[in-house]
Design a protein around this ligand. Structure first.
Ligand code: DAH
Length: 357
């Protein structure tokens, strides 16, 4: 018995890990272990022998079990000590830089206005930036000799020598998408067409590439009053104010009759732009009742359908809303500028407003 005890306590003391301990446990005090075998021999013994050997075996079993438990705890402690010694964290290290994207103010403004017009029942159409002169001009009642062609400072894309078809142009406005929307969707129709447009022009309020959103609503009884209401609702919603003063000025566009330009009241104070107050006006859009020839060019009967159209400068809207004084900053500023105005992706109303587009 003492031999057994010495053997197993020695093995337990030497065990290096839990697997070794488990093997020892099975061999010593498991169901088929050595102590169990000895227990079975009790039956062959005399009652006197049994009285001393039985309790001794039980005591041995208890002793081995508690030695196993103690060793197991010691191994676990040692493992933890080892981990604490090797795995450590220097909390004084600087954090890793986080790459977080942000929206350009023009993207932000586009998302916002798209969400607003969606609530007013307008769907979205996007044309292409390279257009035929039919869609950019002729279909919009701007024939070849029309002075509006010269005024638009158009970028022409020259054809190969010998190709006498009219050149493609970089679209000078989003109005061509009016025609394409009529062709695709017919009437009645309510659509907005946001996107980039191009003109050879560069100063504080003009850049060669800028952004517009076109609006078009056609039905049997749409009037200029509907145009005014839609624009007022849009402007109030976009600038998040109860009242924004708009000024409708009689104007002329080949594709509308009558036509109006719309200005918004604002002030320039030390280079800071404020909307809704002051003595200045900033033109933000052109609009009018769609010319019958334009409706016909879109394949719709102008004797049955009529409606309004408008074209808004998105960059101007963003300048007004976010107080950006120089349009050129949109396109030639560095990352710090973008961060200053940058909007987190979560600020996009269309993303969390549940509007599907
Ligand atoms: N296409 C015009 C421009 O770029 C803007 C415009 C004016 C669009 C009147 C319209 C409109 O739809 O009705 O200057």
């Amino acid at each position: 018995m003492d031999d057994l005890k010495a053997k197993y306590l020695g093995q337990i003391a030497d065990a290096q890990d839990e697997d070794a301990l488990e093997a020892i446990r099975l061999a010593a005090v498991g169901k088929k272990g050595e102590v169990a075998l000895k227990m079975r021999e009790l039956g062959k013994m005399t009652p006197e022998e049994r009285q001393t050997v039985g309790p001794a075996l039980n005591a041995l079993k208890d002793e081995i079990n508690s030695a196993l438990a103690a060793k197991k705890a010691a191994l676990a402690d040692a493992a933890l000590d080892e981990r604490l010694r090797t795995e450590w964290l220097d909390v004084t290290l600087p954090t890793r830089p986080q790459r977080q994207g942000s929206l350009h103010p023009i993207s932000q403004a586009s998302e916002e206005l798209t969400a607003i017009f969606a609530e007013l029942g307008f769907s979205v159409a996007e044309g292409s930036r390279i257009e035929t002169d039919w869609y950019n001009f002729d279909a919009l009642n701007i024939p070849g000799h029309h002075p509006a062609r010269a005024e638009m400072d158009t970028f022409y894309m020259h054809r190969a020598e010998g190709d006498n078809r009219p050149p493609h142009v970089l679209r000078t406005h989003t109005s061509p998408v009016q025609i394409q929307s009529m062709e695709k969707m017919g009437a009645p129709l309510r659509v907005i067409c946001p996107g980039g447009v191009y003109r050879a022009d560069y100063d504080q309020t003009h850049t060669p590439m800028f952004h517009q959103v076109e609006g078009l609503a056609l039905d049997k009884d749409i009037s200029m009053a509907n145009l005014k209401w839609v624009l007022e609702e849009f402007v109030k919603s976009f600038f998040e104010v109860d009242d924004v003063e708009l000024r409708f000025r009689a104007s002329h566009f080949p594709f509308t009759e009558p036509s109006a330009e719309v200005d918004i009241r604002c002030s320039w104070d030390n280079g800071q732009l404020k909307i809704g107050e002051g003595d200045d006006w900033m033109e933000i859009l052109g609009s009018g009742m769609v010319h019958p020839k334009v409706i016909a060019a879109g394949g719709i009967d102008p004797d049955v359908y009529q409606g309004f159209a408008f074209g808004i400068g998105i960059d101007r809207l963003a300048m007004l809303k976010y107080g950006i004084p120089d349009l050129r900053a949109f396109f030639d500023s560095d990352l710090r500028w973008l961060r200053h105005y940058g909007f987190s992706c979560l600020d996009v109303p269309a993303l969390h407003g549940g509007l599907s587009r």
